[in-house]
Design a protein around this ligand. Structure first.
Ligand SMILES: CC(C)(COP(=O)(O)OP(=O)(O)OC[C@H]1O[C@@H](n2cnc3c(N)ncnc32)[C@H](O)[C@@H]1OP(=O)(O)O)[C@@H](O)C(=O)NCCC(=O)NCCS
Length: 229
C-alpha cells in the first residue's frame, strides 16, 4: 500500500473526531466573554471552567490540554504550549471552624478569584501553571514546567518554580525598534521599557537577541500592527 492510501485512511478514521472537535469548539468559543480572530485550541482536550470571565485576543494558540479557570485576559499573538493551566482562583481556607470543602465566596462563585492578565506576544512553555492576581508582561517567555506566582516583566525570559526572570529579551533600544517593527506605538514601547527596568532593577541578567541566529527562518506574520491589548 502506498503512503497516500494510509494517509487517506487515517484522515477518514479521524473524521468523527474532527467533526466532534469542530462542534465543541464552536460551542466553547461562543460561551467565552470575548474571543478574537484566529483563536486556536483543541476542544476535545481543553477545559474553560469559567468561560464567561475569560477574554481571548486575536491569534491566540493553545496546544493540547489547556485548562483555564477564573478571571483571565489574554492579549494578541499569544502561544501556549501543551498542558498549560491558568488558575486565577483559590479556595478559601484557614477559617476557624469551617471546612475548606464548603466555604464559598458566594452561592454562584466557589472561589476567591483574582484576575490574571497575559499580555500580547507572550509564549508560555509546556506544562506551566499560571496563578491568579498577576500579569505576564508583553513579549515574556515562560519556560516549560514553570509555576508563575508573581508578575513577569515584559520581554523577559522567566522559568522555574517559582518562576523567576532569567534573561532580558533585547536591550532597551532594540526593544523599542522591535515594537516599532510590529506596529506598536512609541508610547507603549516607552512604557514597557520603563516597566521592565523597574521590575528588573538590581538583577544582573544577560540580554538575548536571536536575530542573527534565526533570521533566515520562515516568517508568516503580517508586518502590520495588531494593536496593543
Ligand atoms: C525558557 C526557554 C525558552 C529558554 O531557552 P534559552 O533562551 O535557550 O535558555 P537556555 O537553554 O540558555 O537556559 C538559560 C538558563 O535557564 C535555565 N532554564 C531554561 N529553561 C528552563 C525551564 N523550563 N525551567 C527552569 N530553568 C530553565 C537553564 O537551565 C539555564 O540555566 P543556567 O543559566 O543556570 O545554565 C526553554 O528552556 C524552554 O523552557 N522552552 C519551552 C519549550 C516548550 O514548552 N515547548 C512547547 C512548544 S509549544
Amino acid at each position: 500500500m502506498n503512503r497516500n492510501f494510509w494517509s487517506s485512511l487515517f484522515w477518514l478514521a479521524n473524521l468523527p473526531r474532527r467533526v466532534r472537535e469542530r462542534l465543541r469548539r464552536r460551542a466553547m468559543t461562543a460561551q467565552l466573554a470575548a474571543a478574537g480572530q484566529g483563536f486556536c485550541f483543541d476542544a476535545l482536550t481543553a477545559t474553560f471552567v469559567t468561560p464567561h470571565t475569560i477574554r481571548v485576543g486575536n491569534n491566540v494558540f493553545f496546544n493540547l490540554g489547556a485548562y483555564l479557570s477564573g478571571d483571565i485576559s489574554i492579549g494578541n499573538n499569544v502561544l501556549f504550549g501543551p498542558h498549560v493551566s491558568v488558575l486565577s482562583g483559590n479556595h478559601l481556607f484557614g477559617i476557624r471552624g469551617k471546612s475548606v470543602r464548603h466555604i464559598r465566596m458566594a452561592q454562584d462563585n466557589p472561589e476567591h478569584i483574582e484576575p490574571t492578565r497575559i499580555e500580547d506576544e507572550v509564549w508560555i512553555g509546556a506544562h506551566s501553571i499560571v496563578l491568579g492576581g498577576l500579569t505576564i508582561g508583553m513579549g515574556a517567555v515562560v519556560g516549560a514546567g514553570s509555576i508563575v506566582t508573581k508578575d513577569i516583566p515584559p520581554y523577559t525570559i522567566a522559568a522555574g518554580n517559582p518562576c523567576k526572570p532569567l534573561r532580558r529579551i533585547f536591550d532597551d533600544n532594540v526593544l523599542v525598534e522591535h515594537l516599532r517593527g510590529l506596529g506598536y506605538d512609541e508610547s507603549l514601547a516607552g512604557e514597557l521599557v520603563e516597566r521592565r527596568r523597574q521590575a528588573l532593577q538590581g538583577l544582573k541578567l544577560a540580554t538575548i537577541d536571536n536575530t542573527g541566529r534565526y533570521e533566515q527562518f520562515f516568517y508568516h506574520g503580517q508586518l502590520q500592527p495588531t494593536g496593543a491589548n
